[in-house]
Design a protein around this ligand. Structure first.
Ligand code: SAH
Length: 398
């Protein structure tokens, strides 16, 4: 057994923690040091040694651990995890009962009071992401709690705690009966091929569910659609199923070609009538400008940070320029769907980038609608950084 550690919250941060703030950071606590063992239970107290909260130590890119309870009498044991998981599962009841969508998030870290971990459901399979060694040290209690609460085909896991949050490559199978991959899940009636034992990414990002549906149901019909940073082509598949005239998917990764063909195929879309291009998006933009290509709709969903051979892309620094490139190849009256999952800036700043990009392009625009995380990606008000997704539908003025 590790010995519990008491951490004194700096006076300026006391009210923040009392108000529900869940992240333990160097900045908010006095006596945090690297000697604390991962998974140690920490008690947060004020300068007069009065109890504020209890949590665990777990170093990850965001901070040094998470608050788990504000009840002094509550211990962090299996029954604690059963209670938290049960709450999380019950609040996703409508998802469990939905035949048309069989993939969703069951536990969204601190949004469900369990910072440092997420659990997703893929048609009977559960996938746990562990974001620190600290939270992973509770795996027996957490997996035990999950097994007690749900029926499952199998449980898989991703260890996301190598250097700076990187995925540790290994067999991700935990328990149950090994799946044969891909398994085919559904999202609003559309199929996705999902691989739970391949890499950190399984084939689909569930947080864009509402945006995909909106593109299919309200925007795609008759349009030419350019999907940049397309990964497995999820947006392209929804656009094609919404009767887009043609989709063009562009991604740098070689895997994206076969994966995108697969996603089209399992949905009965002829992939040969679509364009799938393996290339750096920034090179593609140059090509498109040279060829005077214009699209009715351009989807931008870059990673927050990416390093390619030639350049480093950071959403915070470079999104405005990305938008300018997109604007130059979008038809008058056309739509740009600008998306980012960067937690380092909020919606207001994102809209600032958009405004700046249009100003510098000497063009006018209209904001049509915006999206943030869907309901299963639960967040808490006290931790706005956790509400990372920002998607804006923009219309180019004529
Ligand atoms: N929009 C996707 C998810 C994007 S994930 C979806 O909805 O599913 C980020 C993707 O960006 C990865 O597939 C990665 O290969 C790709 N990528 C990163 N840098 C790129 C670049 N410079 N050009 C093209 N693709 C890039």
């Amino acid at each position: 057994m590790k010995k519990d550690v008491t951490l004194t919250v700096k006076s300026k941060s006391v009210s923040k923690f009392k108000g529900g703030y869940p992240l333990i950071s160097k900045d908010s606590v006095q006596n945090l040091h690297d000697g604390i063992e991962e998974g140690t239970i920490v008690k947060l107290v004020d300068e007069k040694n009065r109890f504020i909260a209890r949590g665990y130590y777990g170093k990850q890119n965001k901070g040094y651990g998470w608050v788990l309870t504000r009840n002094e009498n509550e211990l962090i044991d299996q029954s604690f995890f059963i209670k938290q998981l049960k709450k999380a599962i019950e609040s996703r009841k409508s998802f469990f009962n939905n035949q048309e969508t069989t993939a969703f998030r069951v536990v969204n870290g601190e949004g469900d009071g369990l910072g440092g971990l997420t659990i997703e459901y893929f048609d009977g399979y559960y996938l746990i992401h562990w974001y620190s060694k600290g939270i992973y040290s509770f795996r027996e209690s957490i997996i035990g709690a999950l097994k007690e609460l749900v029926q499952y085909k199998a449980i898989y896991q991703k260890k996301r705690f190598a250097e700076s949050g990187k995925y540790i490559e290994e067999d991700d199978f935990v328990t149950g009966e090994r799946g044969t991959f891909p398994i085919i899940v559904k999202e609003n009636g559309v199929h996705f091929a999902v691989y739970l034992n391949e890499s950190a990414m399984v084939g689909v990002f569930l947080d864009q569910r509402e945006v995909r549906k909106r593109i299919r149901d309200a925007y795609a019909a008759g349009k030419t659609v350019l999907n940049t940073f397309s990964y497995t082509g999820a947006f392209s598949v929804f656009a094609a199923l919404g009767d887009a005239q043609k989709t063009t998917s562009v991604d740098l990764a070689n895997r994206s070609l076969s994966k995108t063909i697969e996603q089209f195929s399992i949905n009965g879309v002829d992939y040969e009538a679509q364009e799938i291009i393996v290339e750096d998006v920034f090179r593609y933009f140059k090509y498109a400008v040279k060829k005077q290509l214009k699209f009715d709709m351009v989807i931008l969903d870059p990673p927050s940070f990416a390093r390619s051979k030639k350049m480093v892309f950071s959403a915070e620094k470079d999104y405005k320029n990305l938008l300018k490139e997109a604007i130059s190849i979008t038809e008058e009256g056309g739509i740009i769907v600008a998306s980012t999952n960067a937690s380092s800036f909020n919606m207001d700043r994102f809209k600032g980038f958009i405004d700046q990009a249009y100003k510098e392009s000497n063009k006018k625009y209209q904001l049509l609608e915006e999206y943030s995380l869907p309901e299963d990606f639960k967040t808490v008000k006290s931790f706005p950084e956790g509400d990372y997704l920002k998607v804006v539908f923009i219309k180019n003025a004529k």
